[in-house]
Design a protein around this ligand. Structure first.
Ligand SMILES: Cc1cc2nc3c(=O)[nH]c(=O)nc-3n(C[C@H](O)[C@H](O)[C@H](O)COP(=O)(O)OP(=O)(O)OC[C@H]3O[C@@H](n4cnc5c(N)ncnc54)[C@H](O)[C@@H]3O)c2cc1C
Length: 394
């Protein structure tokens, strides 16, 4: 076996692995909580699926009946998503109007590319150290404590010591390798590109409205399985699974392009990460299963609606963010402990930001208090989240 040098890197109070929406929210919350925070991201872009995956629709912060459910960093991020772009939320929610008739929930379209740039500035403004091109490979776990993260970079293999770690990888790589139990998700095949056709370009030139100019084109199925013609459920367990998914997506788009007039359209973007909705999630101290609507939970870290259906309101339990088998590790985003319908409700952008803020705030408090995820005083966490503008109970 080759002897590979490991470079020792500076220690951080909180290391967040993964710069998707959950990771950004977690890192900002931890830094605001006074923790020296590093966010490491394996690519060179922030936003994860919400930017690189071309998901350009921020699901609602409200319950669909006029009540705002999610505040805090999720709300800062929805506003940031449109701050430098041409889209906006409905008037009722303080926007200048979504160019999509009849939609009234607190949601918006946004430009994924502009949002990705804005997220870098957002981290800078919040004193989060950012490291791109840093692939977290293995957590260094000893006696139920993650002492640091081993990474691969262009500069070689490196080791970052940490007091607290937050896994926001979208696939629970850190938690799984730390020994926490996980479950794989089933996916319909979906491949989305952003395209511009000649008719829409004409409309843009005449109206000055850019909205039709970035059109989603689907290959495969929507989230309900409509269009899932081969009736297959896919999982992302290996690099072969991911490769097959991306190759299939690219091939089907190319097949379609072959049938079209090549002078009639352009592809503006292809996804640079696989559009699996659910890869792997942790099995935490509790599992949110989506049946808990209108139910009060003592250890809630926030409230949320259901993006698919108006009138359903939930509290998100703190205990979905960790498994005490590793006492200084949290999960955030689409990998938290939510199963079945609960996974559907929690995997979308606003809830990823909500769980990220919960995990980041909790991690900073653990550093301050010198405690573990399961010994943290939840009342203290709830006070910190409330002080930061969040709603904790229904
Ligand atoms: C087809 C599809 C349609 C969707 N539509 C919508 C929609 O309309 N509206 C909506 O709100 N949501 C939608 N979603 C869901 C939503 O986009 C995501 O679930 C959400 O953005 C997940 O955020 P996250 O931060 O948890 O994870 P991710 O976005 O997956 O971010 C994880 C980040 O971690 C990085 N990373 C992973 N492993 C490592 C590692 N080892 N080291 C360092 N970095 C690592 C990744 O590069 C990535 O940047 C959709 C999802 C899909 C797939």
């Amino acid at each position: 076996m080759m002897d590979i040098q490991v470079k020792q890197m500076p220690a951080y109070d909180v290391i967040v692995v993964g710069g998707g929406i959950a990771g950004v929210a977690a890192a900002v919350a931890a830094a605001r909580g006074g923790a020296k925070t590093l966010l490491m991201e394996k690519t060179v872009t922030l936003g994860g699926l919400a930017t690189q995956g071309l998901i350009s629709w921020y699901e609602p912060l409200c319950d669909g009946e006029g009540k705002q459910m999610i505040h805090g960093i999720a709300e800062e991020l929805i506003r940031l998503s449109v701050k430098y772009g041409f889209e906006d939320m409905p008037h009722k929610w303080g926007g200048v109007g979504v160019p999509r008739a009849n939609y009234t929930r607190y949601a918006t379209h946004y430009s994924p590319h502009i949002f990705a740039l804005a997220l870098i500035r957002y981290l800078e403004e919040n004193d989060v150290a950012l490291r791109f091109d840093t692939l977290a490979t293995y957590p260094d776990v000893e006696d139920g404590i993650c002492r640091g993260i081993l990474v691969e970079t262009v500069g070689g293999r490196e080791y970052f010591p940490a007091k607290m770690v937050i896994d926001a990888t979208g696939d629970a790589t850190v938690c799984e390798r730390a020994g926490i139990p996980t479950e794989y998700g089933d996916n319909f095949f979906t491949y989305i590109t952003h395209e511009l056709n000649a008719d829409d370009a004409q409309k843009l030139a005449e109206s000055g409205n850019f909205c039709p100019a970035r059109r989603w084109r689907w290959t495969g199925s929507d989230l309900f399985g409509n269009g899932n013609t081969d009736n297959k459920h896919l999982q992302a367990r290996t690099a072969d699974d991911v490769t097959a998914y991306m190759v299939r997506g690219g091939r089907t788009v190319l097949d379609r392009l072959e049938q079209e007039d090549r002078f009639s359209r352009e592809i503006l973007s292809i996804p640079t990460m696989p559009q699996f909705r659910k890869i792997r999630r942790i099995i935490g101290e509790s599992e949110f299963n989506g049946t808990e609507h209108d139910l009060h939970i003592d250890n809630a870290v926030g409230t949320m609606g259901d993006f698919r259906k108006a009138g359903r309101r939930f509290e998100l339990p703190y205990t979905t963010l960790y498994n005490k088998a590793v006492r200084n590790l949290y999960a955030a985003g689409r990998i938290i402990s939510a199963k079945g319908d609960g996974w559907e409700i929690t995997r979308v952008i606003p809830v990823a930001a909500l769980s990220g803020e919960g995990a980041g705030t909790a991690a900073a408090l653990c550093v301050k208090q010198g405690c573990d995820n399961h010994t943290l005083d939840v009342a203290l966490l709830q006070k910190a989240l409330t002080d930061a503008g969040n709603r904790i109970s229904l």
